[in-house]
Ligand binder design. Structure first.
Ligand code: FAD
Length: 567
């Protein structure tokens, strides 16, 4: 009998440790094994991905490739530049592949893509092996243990998980890897007739360098930002399995931090180092296994004894939230990232889209907001020039580094939606999708729904103030001084409300707070706030009450006396 000839298809599992799918590939005892990554035009051109996230992905690929070569000098991560849907039918045949192995991905696009690839493989007699490994528990199994419904709370997730059992212990990395086989490319490097032209954008766009599936030099090298057509990245954070494992080891070495971690007590204003783990981008690209993370933390918690925190606020609680969103998306599918067609997401008549087909009532352009003023608010929020320094600092931190603390994300998301601008959460989520290095469709959409009180959370009267919430953590305004340097010399008394600073104080600090316009970062001016926050909060809360069908003052006394309005 011929020995298996296996393609291991790396996607968002860019690691060697704790990979059930990679273990399944190696358990086949292959004659040859090709570790490959495919350049997917969906991600390169269609999905909104910023340069920082791409850089992080390339770091992860380069690190993984080095680790593969350490285990077998003839091998590396081979990058193929064609859409997987059209590429696989050709290479499976040309390379005489017997098995295709990959990690399960429950993201909506990934499911669609994988179904096409798996069918094509099976049609040509190739065995397809898929293993879950991206979450603590298999998200599809969670859904089935939850009576086929999405998990919309941590309690639901945990009770479904209880029926499955403990989180599996991590699997050690392999000690060796088989040689790769030959990689002939003597087939048409194009789209087979009749199949969707998923490569067309790759061929017609800027790609002077797109010469061959094997890359400009024909060596299946990892792509560069330049080849992808992106400008240099600005993020200070580097990706890769080696860094992820090192960072995790450093974190768990601090037993007190690990065991007593409570998310609401971590500061959104703390940076260099930040107050939480910053392991999310590694988890996104699979450079860190979530079960490795879970068990390293859980072991510390169990040995710590009294005083250790527990879910939902503990560190393992954060990972369980992640699983909750994955399982919600696994069931709801493509509609999870939008309100339309999503029965679990409450409809709120945010500033309405202006382009509606009057005969059908169908929105034809959801990006046009009926209020020009609100459109301007959105644009200013997106660029970090709202005139609220706390919001602007956070948005600029996001744009520059690709990351923001969870409570920072709370602040800016609440401000854009139900606690300020009353703009659709989907528009905010799209901005996050561009900039976040940890962008995870399930977690991003789920958290935006949480913050906008459209799903998961409904206490819309709890609004974050863009002034007092930041002050609670950072009286001196250090985060603002770092990211809004126009204000860096302003007295702490005014740093959150520079419009209140007398002209002499503004002069002393070398900044002018201007009535109109967006300010001029180099020219030493900063804009006045784009609206009166107190008034906007009132308007938003009343509008949310209406949307929730609550009477003008609601049943909740706390709404009336305002005690919950400001956090
Ligand atoms: P830690 O506090 O150290 O937590 C450890 C890990 O737990 C994180 O790495 C992350 O994987 C997971 N986690 C923590 N909080 C959450 C949460 N609320 N939901 C899901 N997982 C969580 N997280 C993403 O991974 N990708 C996203 O695209 C994303 N978008 C968000 C959008 C909004 C509006 C909000 C409010 C939150 C979003 N989050 C997202 C969740 C959370 O903010 C980040 O996971 C966290 O800030 C990452 O930093 P950390 O690794 O230091 O987290």
């Amino acid at each position: 009998m011929t020995k298996p000839r296996v393609i291991y298809w790396f996607r968002t599992d860019l690691r060697l440790h704790d990979s059930p799918a990679l273990k399944a590939a190696l358990d086949l005892e292959p004659e040859v094994l090709w570790p490959i990554f495919t350049w997917d035009p969906y991600y390169v051109y269609r999905a909104r991905g910023g340069t920082n996230r791409w850089q992080f992905l390339l770091d992860c690929q380069n690190d993984l490739s080095k680790s593969i070569t350490k285990l077998n000098p003839k091998s590396k991560l081979f990058v193929l530049r064609e859409a997987p849907q059209t590429l696989f039918p050709k290479i499976l045949k040309a390379w005489k592949v017997t098995h295709l192995v990959f990690e399960k991905d429950t993201d909506a696009y990934a499911r669609q893509r994988d179904a096409v690839v798996a069918k094509a493989a099976r049609d040509t007699g190739v065995e397809v092996v898929i293993r879950a490994g991206r979450t603590l528990w298999d998200s599809d199994e969670i859904v089935s243990k939850h009576d086929g419904k999405p998990t919309m709370s941590m309690t639901q997730l945990l009770s479904a998980a209880k029926k499955i059992g403990d989180v599996p212990r991590p699997i050690p990395p392999p000690k060796r890897l088989p040689d790769p086989g030959d990689m002939p490319l003597d087939f048409e490097q194009d789209v087979p007739s009749g199949s969707p032209d998923v490569n067309s954008e790759m061929r017609t766009k800027k790609d002077a360098s797109y010469k061959s599936i094997a890359g400009p030099k024909g060596d299946f090298a990892i792509e560069t930002l330049e080849e992808l057509g992106f400008p240099p990245a600005t993020t200070p954070y580097k990706g890769g399995e080696s860094i992820a494992l090192r960072n995790l080891a450093d974190i768990v070495k601090d037993k007190k931090y690990t065991a007593t971690f409570e998310k609401p007590k971590t500061s959104p204003a703390q940076f260099e180092p930040q107050s939480t783990t910053l392991l999310s981008p590694f988890l996104h690209f699979g450079a860190l296994s979530v079960r490795e993370f879970y068990w390293q933390v859980q072991d510390v918690v169990e040995s710590y004894g009294k005083g250790a925190s527990s879910p939902p606020t503990s560190l393992t609680g954060q990972l369980i939230f992640r699983d909750m969103y994955f399982a919600a998306q696994a069931d709801i599918g493509a509609n999870f990232t939008q309100t339309a067609g999503n029965a679990h997401c409450r409809f709120i008549p945010w500033h309405l889209p202006s382009e509606v087909d009057k005969s059908t009532g169908i929105v034809t352009d959801k990006y046009k907001i009926d209020s020009e003023e609100a459109e301007q608010w959105f644009q200013r929020w997106k660029q970090g020039v709202t005139g609220f320094p706390w919001i602007d600092a956070l948005m600029r931190q996001l744009i520059h580094t690709g990351w923001m603390h969870h409570l920072g994300r709370h602040s800016v998301a609440c401000f854009l939606t139900r606690g300020g601008c009353y703009i659709d959460w989907e528009r905010g989520a799209e901005v996050f999708e561009v900039h976040l290095i940890d962008h995870e469709p399930a977690c991003n959409a789920g958290n935006w729904q949480w913050l906008s009180c459209t799903a998961f959370f409904s206490q819309y009267f709890r609004c974050y103030s863009p002034v007092s919430f930041g002050q609670k953590w950072d009286k001196n305004g250090d985060l603002i001084r770092k990211w809004v340097p126009e204000l860096k010399d302003l007295d702490a008394k005014y740093i959150y409300e520079p419009w209140k600073a007398p002209i002499q104080d503004q002069k002393k600090a070398g900044v002018r707070v201007t009535r109109d316009g967006l300010g001029d970062r180099e020219g030493g001016t900063y804009p006045k706030p784009m609206f009166d926050f107190g008034k906007r909060r009132e308007i938003c809360i009343n509008a949310m009450k209406k949307a929730y069908g609550v009477g003008l003052y609601g049943d909740d006394e706390r709404v009336m006396d305002g005690s919950w309005r400001e956090l």
